[in-house]
Each structure stands twice: as C-alpha cells, then as structure tokens.
Design a protein around this ligand. Structure first.
Ligand code: UDX
Ligand code: ADP
Length: 452
C-alpha cells in the first residue's frame, strides 16, 4: 500500500505541489528533498524560499506532521513508494541543441541517484516539463540498475501557474496522468482522487501526456503573442486593444481569458517549452512547423524591444543620464520569480542607453539583483515605489502588481522631473486620471495621451 511519497526537487513546482498533496492526504508521508541545502533549510524555516499566496499556511499546517523537507536524498529514495521528479530542466546553453533543447543533466543525475539508493521497486513520476519521449530515456537509465529492480514511469505534468499555485493545485481544471502501466497510473491517480473529482483525472499514453504539457503552454503563449502583435497594430490605427480583445473574447469559441496585452510573457515555462517544441519539430524533420512556433517567441522579444523603442522616441530620443523608475521586475504579479521576466530585457536595453534605472518590486528585488549582477550600468533597487520614483523622468510599469494601481500618482508626479512620463507596460493604470494629473501616458495598444 502507498505510504511514502518523495519529491526530488524543492522548487516552484515541487514545493507547493507536495505541500498540497500532504495537506490533502494526511495518511501519506510526503518528503521533499533537494541537493541545494540552503533551499531545504529555507523550506524548514519561517522564511520560505519562494513567495506564493497561501503557501505559508499550508506548509505551516503540514510541516512536521506528514510533510518533511530534507537533504537526505538517499534515505528518502530508499523509503519511497512513489518518487516525483521535479528538478529543473532549463534550456541547454551549450553543445547540440544549445538555445532550444532541454538540458536534461539534472534529470539524468536524479535517475542515477534513484538507481544508486533504491532497494525496492518504485513508481517514478515525471513532474518537470520535459521534451516528449524523455520518459523513455528515463526508463532506460533506470532499467540499467543491474539489480533487477523494477521502475515504472508515469508522466504527470504540472499545470499550476505561479501566483495562483495553491488555488490551481486545490482546484485544477484537470490532472493529466500518462503511462504504460495501468497499476502505476492508478496509484498516482489515487493520490489526486483525495480531492480532485475522478472525471477531471485524465489518463493518456506516455507521449500524449508529455506533449500535452508542451502544447498547453505553447497555445497559451501563442495567445499572448497574438494579442501583443495586434496591440502594435492598434497603436498605429487608433483601435484600442482592450476593446478589441473584450469584444473578440465574447465569442465562446475564443473565450475571454489570457488575452491581456503587455510587454510580453515571461516565466520559466513558456519560452522554454516553445523552444523545446521547436527543437522537436526540427529533429523530426518538420521545419515549417518549427518556424511557426518559433515566431511566438520572436513576437514576444519584439514586444519588449518595441516598448523600449517607444520610451526612447517619446523621451526625445535619449534616455542617457535620465532616471527611470521600473515598477515591477517579477514576470507577473504575486510572485518573486523573475525567470525570463521581460523586465530583464527592458532594463538591460535601458542600461545600454545609459539610463539610470531604479527598480522597485515588492517581492522580486533579491532575484532582480542576481539577474543584473553582471549587467553594466547604473542600477539601484527599492521596495518603496515613492523612493524609487523620486527625481525620475519616467516610470515604466512592467509587472501587474495590484499595489502599483493603488499608489498616490499625484504625489509621484510632484516628486518627478517634468515633463513626467508613464509607460504602462501592463495596461494596469487609469490613463485618463494620470493624464489629468499631468503625466504623458503611454499604454500598450491604445492611444497615447500627451501634453505636447
Ligand atoms: C504557465 C502556465 O499558465 C501554467 O499552466 C504552466 O504550468 C506554467 O506556465 P506561469 O508561467 O506561472 O504559468 O504564469 P502565467 O499566468 O501563465 O503567465 C505567463 C506570462 O504570460 C506572464 O509573464 C504573464 O504576465 C503573461 N500573460 C499572461 C500576459 O501577458 N497576458 C495574459 O493575458 C496572460
Ligand atoms: P521548477 O520551477 O521546475 O520547480 P526550480 O529551479 O524552482 O524549478 O526547482 C528545481 C529544484 O531541483 C532546485 O531546487 C534544484 O536544486 C533541484 N535539483 C536539481 N537537480 C537535482 C538533483 N539531482 N537532486 C535533487 N535536487 C535537484
């Protein structure tokens, strides 16, 4: 009978997912391990290593009861019945497939740890996003254990979005389980069945499950790039992107979610998964399909460049020595995560133009410092938006944190250089109100409002 669940990798996926499993399945012991000792220590402290609304409450409820964070990878593997693998699978930066293919070294090292320490048969669950047919490779490494141990591989991709992870985990649209072994699939399904209705637990073959994860993210990212491409056209034609998407989204076949224009998508998944898809298509001799999906990423890069281009041209073609407050560095609101955040590209471009950049974010300042550690230029970091904006020529709003909406913009205007500019990269603010205060306002995909 299933008793011990182990998760290898205590990151943005493994951490919250296992906390919710422990919360919902009190009869199981859930142990999360990681090679990063500092991360484990943080999970065991009052200051969790990731910010996610609602996470702290769940961890506090379960930690020490049936949820454990540990550095003892060997011991955890020995005791595990089911091992979830949620290690990082970044895009390769070297060798064949550099810039597109997934770097599977962490996954393979995990497989080797499993072989080394396992003393009994295990179900191994792929949780990390992986290229299609990775399960097969994982299976081959595990089969080579030479001790007759049996490892059954199940793919169970995670669909949680950061910032809403706890809500998504507690009420998922679907749970997807792919595999070749009906018993192994059922064992994993029975975990989720503690709280997810059975009709939402979908089972498929292994390859469909792996591909579905890539496709889901590719379709979502494609939607964002599609809307952003139209935002550029709106700015030229006088149409308003929010009006266009609201009206188009009323068609139930299109749907109204995920149609918000901005400076582009970020996060650890979208770009990586599309590039993965592109690499796979190329590998299987489908260059037209590869080019089609690659365009989604190109459009995303274009949107960030376009945004900086607009800042430059509006501010009289130079931002050199001008102070610019960047409001928000996280790739979206309600997270401290900055992986692939468009704010990184925007900030680097501004620094290249010799702007003096003052970054403000409620949760992502530590990560922002790391991201920009090797970037040359004059950059400083703030958690207080009023301090960040003091004496600046412009505010560039890059993350849709609600707190930025609720600031006192008259006060901000009074402390800025004139003419004062606001570039709202998320269409978060009330452009009319800002214009009336005196700002020159540049939203995305809408008419700009200027006093000259
Ligand atoms: C995504 C998927 O949603 C999730 O299912 C998967 O498991 C992981 O990848 P995540 O990257 O955490 O989740 O956040 P998401 O809410 O999807 O946003 C991704 C990016 O797209 C953010 O930068 C966000 O600002 C941007 N976005 C999203 C838009 O620009 N417009 C939108 O309408 C929606
Ligand atoms: P994700 O967003 O997919 O959860 P993260 O980078 O946040 O990715 O987390 C992945 C975690 O996996 C990291 O904390 C990393 O230290 C851990 N990890 C990577 N390789 C191994 C390994 N071989 N054994 C244990 N943990 C690992």
């Amino acid at each position: 009978m299933l008793k011990n669940i182990v998760c290898i990798g205590a990151g943005y996926v493994g951490g919250p997912t296992m906390a919710v499993i422990a919360d919902r399945c009190p009869e199981y012991t859930v142990t999360v391990v990681d090679i990063n000792a500092a991360r484990i220590e943080a999970w065991n402290s009052g200051n969790l290593p990731i910010y996610e609304p609602g996470l702290e409450e769940v961890v506090r409820r379960c930690r020490g009861r049936n949820l454990f964070y540990s550095g003892d990878i060997a011991g955890a593997i020995r005791q595990a019945d089911v091992i979830f693998v949620s290690v990082n699978t970044p895009t390769k930066t070297f060798g064949t497939g550099a810039g597109k293919a997934a770097d599977l070294q962490y996954l393979e090292k995990t497989a080797r740890s499993i072989i080394k320490y396992a003393e009994s048969d295990k179900i191994v669950v792929e949780k990390s996003t992986l290229p299609v047919r990775t399960a097969q490779a994982l299976g081959r490494v595990l089969e080579a254990n030479g001790r007759g141990l049996k490892f059954r591989i199940v793919s169970n991709p995670e669909f949680l979005a950061e910032g809403t992870a706890i809500r998504d985990l507690n009420a998922p649209d679907r749970v997807l389980i792919g595999g070749l072994d009906a018993d192994a699939i059922e064992t994993v399904a029975s975990i989720y069945a503690h709280w997810v209705p059975r009709e939402k637990i979908i089972t498929t073959n292994l390859w469909s499950s792996e591909l579905t994860k890539l496709v889901s993210n590719a379709l979502l990212a494609q939607r964002v790039s599609s809307v952003n491409s139209i935002s550029a056209l709106c700015e030229k034609t006088g149409a308003d992107i929010d009006e266009v998407t609201a009206a188009a989204g009323l068609d139930s076949r299109i749907g109204k979610k995920f149609l918000k224009a901005g400076i582009g998508f970020g996060g650890s998944c979208f770009k990586k998964d599309i590039l993965n898809l592109v690499y796979l298509c190329g590998y299987y001799g489908l260059p037209e399909v590869a080019a089609y999906w690659e365009q989604v990423v190109k459009m995303n890069d274009f949107q960030a460049k376009r945004f900086v281009g607009k800042m430059l041209s509006s501010m009289f073609n130079t931002v050199a020595d001008k102070r610019i407050a960047v409001f928000g560095f996280a790739f979206k609101a309600d997270t401290g995560d900055t992986r692939e955040s468009p704010a990184i590209a925007v900030t680097r471009q501004l620094l290249e133009e010799h702007a003096l950049v003052r970054i403000c974010d409620p949760k992502a300042i530590e990560n922002a410092r790391l991201d920009l550690a090797e970037t040359e230029g004059d950059v400083s970091f703030f958690t207080d938006p009023y301090l960040a904006a003091e004496g600046t020529h412009a505010i560039a709003l890059l993350t849709d944190w609600q707190e930025f909406r609720n600031l006192d913009y008259r006060k901000l205007y009074d402390m800025m250089e004139k003419p004062a500019f606001i570039f709202d990269g998320r269409n978060l603010l009330d452009a009319g109100m800002l214009f009336d205060i005196g700002f020159n306002v540049y939203p995305i995909g809408k008419k700009e409002r200027t006093h000259f």
